[in-house]
Design a protein. Structure first.
Lengths: 273, 299
């Protein structure tokens, strides 16, 4: 081995760093199966004396967090599917269809991309209110149904589709919609997969907008339900940790399974033009 | 009268493909942004929520009121604290981790990369609640751990001096993995020949880092700097969940949280829109400054 001292030091650093990165998550899981009160003892315990699932049972029965789980799943899936459809259509049009003002329109969108979303929130709320969409899932899904970043990423990828492919389909008499469905969509699959994963995770984790729009606790998504729960049950540490596990685990597992595509996805977002 | 050129089939198809997406982006993003500016010039409040006729145009009064609102200044100070300490800390740790993981001496790179990245994909609200318990002065794991090194217990979230550092630690823990991934990609893009040439010229490790690695990473730094500042300037969920909405003694009251409280808790939407505009201008200024610095450096 070359330079053994440096090698050992680097690995020690990595192991310490890994422990710091994982400890909060491991403790979350561990505390979620501790008997009631055990997470509030002195000195603090890291592992449960006798693991129990009683807090998970309480979450799903008395606190009805299964419903919030369903809300989160519904909202995140709907936003993912709808935004993939709209972003892919618009991204394809910007990349491959010629129309007057294309570059100016696209440039305008890119400029608007750097505007942070909170500035839009107050009027957006009033708009949704006048449409009767406050406290509905549609109120959470619609504003996220298309994103400038998504359109941009699809467009960058679609630029690589050979024009000949589209032209020859046209000569064969295929309609534009057929071309999009039969030729373009299959070719866009890699970028749509990565974009889909990133979108799903981001919307599952989203907090502020569902918090504003969903006023009825029966429609709360998991993060909103959790934030409201911690107000009433702050002292039930083990229960709150079970709720956190329920919220974090689906996305963490999804990430572990689809890691390669997910990291590709966030790298796409990090590629500058 | 000049005849209008009929749109080609392709242009008509483009219109159909673009319409749904642009409608959503326009109606739910661009229009609200413009409306925000207008809203900030009105006294829109809970009465206007009942009847629009109750909203009046008040010119810049919201902004003059803001200028003397101590809570705005406190929130801005807190937000700058979070951005200016948390941002560089996040990027610094991310760069250190990336350099180590890029080193030829290290094994199991994929495993470490996954572990460091995992916090980034977790749900902020959930891990903020986890940290809230880890920060407990008596029962929390962090003080227990620090106790092994003889550090006296800290009331992390209850002491105005420690609450912001506590929130920054959470933000760094959660976000450095993302920046690390982009730094690793940036490091991999640096051609090996540059390093070899430098070594042949007899450059030391420190010189190579300053003269080759850092300049070659400049685009990554610019991108991450802008993304991190934009994201951190909006921080909201951490104080919402961890410190009961900005405590103790407003030590963690962020400008985003102040906007939320005025807008959606007290329904002072005109005033809240003015806060949103101020926050937007601050973010814009920081973005422009970072572009300028990068331009001057590369010029």
């Amino acid at each position: 081995m070359k330079r053994p001292v440096a090698t050992i030091l680097l690995h020690v650093g990595l192991v310490v760093g890994s422990a710091a990165a994982l400890a909060p998550l491991v403790w979350m899981i561990s505390a979620s199966v501790m008997p009631t009160g055990e997470a509030n003892t002195f000195p603090p315990r890291f592992l449960p004396s006798s693991p129990t699932l009683v807090h998970y049972r309480e979450l799903f029965t008395r606190l009805d967090l299964g419903r919030a789980f369903g809300s989160s799943l519904l909202v995140a899936s709907a936003i993912t599917l709808v935004s993939l459809l709209l972003n892919s259509m618009a991204g394809y049009a910007f990349a491959k269809l010629r129309f007057p003002g294309r570059n100016r329109l696209f440039g305008g969108l890119l400029t608007a991309m750097i505007i942070p979303t909170p500035i839009a929130m107050l009027p957006l709320f009033l708009l949704l209110r006048s449409l009767g969409l406050v406290n509905s899932y549609a109120g959470v899904v619609l504003p996220a149904a298309a994103t400038i970043l998504g359109v941009f990423l699809v467009r960058q990828f679609a630029l690589g589709i050979p024009d000949d492919l589209i032209q020859s389909a046209r000569l064969d008499g295929a309609g534009e919609l057929t071309i999009y469905r039969k030729i373009v969509l299959p070719l866009l699959r890699p970028v749509l997969t990565t974009l889909g994963i990133v979108t799903f995770l981001a919307t599952w984790n989203d907090f502020i907008w569902p918090l504003i729009v969903l006023t009825d606790e029966r429609r709360y998504t998991l993060p909103v339900a959790l934030a409201s729960l911690v107000g009433e049950h702050a002292l039930d540490t083990e229960l709150m940790m079970a709720g956190s596990v329920l919220t974090v685990m689906p996305v963490l597992l999804l990430f572990l399974v689809l890691q390669r595509q997910y990291i590709e996805g966030i790298m796409l977002g990090g590629v500058k033009e | 009268m000049p005849a209008r050129r009929p749109l080609s089939n392709e242009a008509r198809a483009a219109a159909i493909f673009l319409a749904p997406g642009l409608l959503v982006i326009g109606l739910f993003f661009l229009v609200p942004i413009a409306a925000s500016l207008f809203l900030s010039l009105t006294d829109f409040d809970i009465y206007a929520l009942g009847d629009l006729g109750n909203a009046r145009f008040v010119g810049l009064r919201n902004f003059t009121r803001l200028a003397t609102d101590p809570l705005l200044w406190i929130s801005l100070r807190n937000t700058f604290y979070f951005v200016l300490v948390g941002g560089p800390l996040t990027l610094g740790i991310a760069l250190a981790a990336a350099l180590v993981l890029h080193s030829k001496l290290v094994r199991w790179k994929g495993v470490f990369r996954t572990v460091f990245f995992a916090p980034y994909v977790t749900t902020l609200v959930a891990v903020a609640i986890v940290f809230r318990y880890l920060y407990h002065p008596r029962f929390g794991g962090l003080n227990r751990f620090l106790g092994f090194f003889g550090v006296a217990p800290i009331d992390w979230l209850g002491d105005p001096h420690w609450a912001m550092p506590a929130i920054i630690i959470l933000a760094v823990w959660k976000n450095f993995g993302y920046a690390m991934i982009l730094f690793i990609a940036g490091l991999q893009a640096i051609p090996e020949s540059l390093y070899e040439a430098a070594r042949l010229d007899g450059a030391g490790a420190g010189q190579v880092f300053r003269k080759i690695t850092l300049p070659m990473l400049a685009p990554t730094f610019l991108f991450l700097g802008i993304m991190t500042t934009i994201g951190y300037f909006q921080f909201f969920a951490e104080p919402y969940v961890m410190t009961g909405g900005g405590g103790p003694l407003n030590a963690t009251l962020s400008t985003g949280l102040l906007m939320y409280k005025h807008g959606f808790r007290w329904w002072n939407m005109g005033y809240a829109a003015a806060i949103a505009v101020v926050l937007f201008l601050v973010i814009l200024a920081f973005t422009v400054i970072q572009f300028r610095i990068e331009k001057r450096r590369s010029a």
